[in-house]
Design a protein around this ligand. Structure first.
Ligand code: FES
Ligand code: FES
Length: 160
């Protein structure tokens, strides 16, 4: 263990990890570099694009703006843990049905953010869904499909 590291326990996709983290390392880098879960993407690394969105204790957060040590003891879900085994999450199915991605780089963040949005239960209309998803950018212009997919799950009550 390096001198400046902090013992940290993270529960990621239902697996417990004992880590020794340097205090300045972002949760995004912990996931990608230490745990090798590379589904969570690094876009801007500055809180501007939403590509790094994950779910921590049921809430969506930007993992690039969060230090790993701050989340000691937290339950984390990344895109790798969204499906239930081979059974895709309803949002994953809806993204496929609605052609809600092209290059796919923003997609893990979009889906995690949408899970968080549905958990929040604040968005009532399509406009509100659009507004509350506005922190997740898609450079490919798949926004219409993304919102369509989220609306379908929201209205179908299929989120978990
Ligand atoms: S990588 Fe975190 S918001 Fe862009
Ligand atoms: S699908 Fe390419 S950035 Fe969104």
């Amino acid at each position: 263990m390096e001198t400046n590291t902090h013992p940290t326990i993270l529960y990621i996709n239902n697996v417990m990890y004992h880590l020794d983290l340097l205090p300045w390392v972002s949760l995004l880098d912990v996931l990608r570099e230490e745990i090798h879960l590379t589904g969570t993407k690094k876009g801007c690394d500055h809180g501007q694009c939403g590509a790094c969105t994950i779910i921590v204790d049921g809430k969506r957060i930007l993992s690039c703006l969060t230090l790993g040590v701050m989340k000691n003891g937290s339950e984390i879900t990344t895109i790798e843990g969204i499906a239930n085994g081979d059974d895709l999450h309803p949002l994953q199915k809806a993204f496929i049905e609605h052609d809600a991605f092209q290059c796919g780089y923003c997609t893990p963040g979009q889906i995690c953010s949408a899970v968080g949005l549905l958990n929040e239960g604040k968005a009532k209309s399509r406009e509100e869904v659009q507004e509350l998803m506005s922190g997740n950018l898609c450079r490919c212009g798949a926004n219409r499909g993304i919102i369509n997919a989220i609306m379908e799950v929201k209205e179908g009550g299929r989120h978990e």
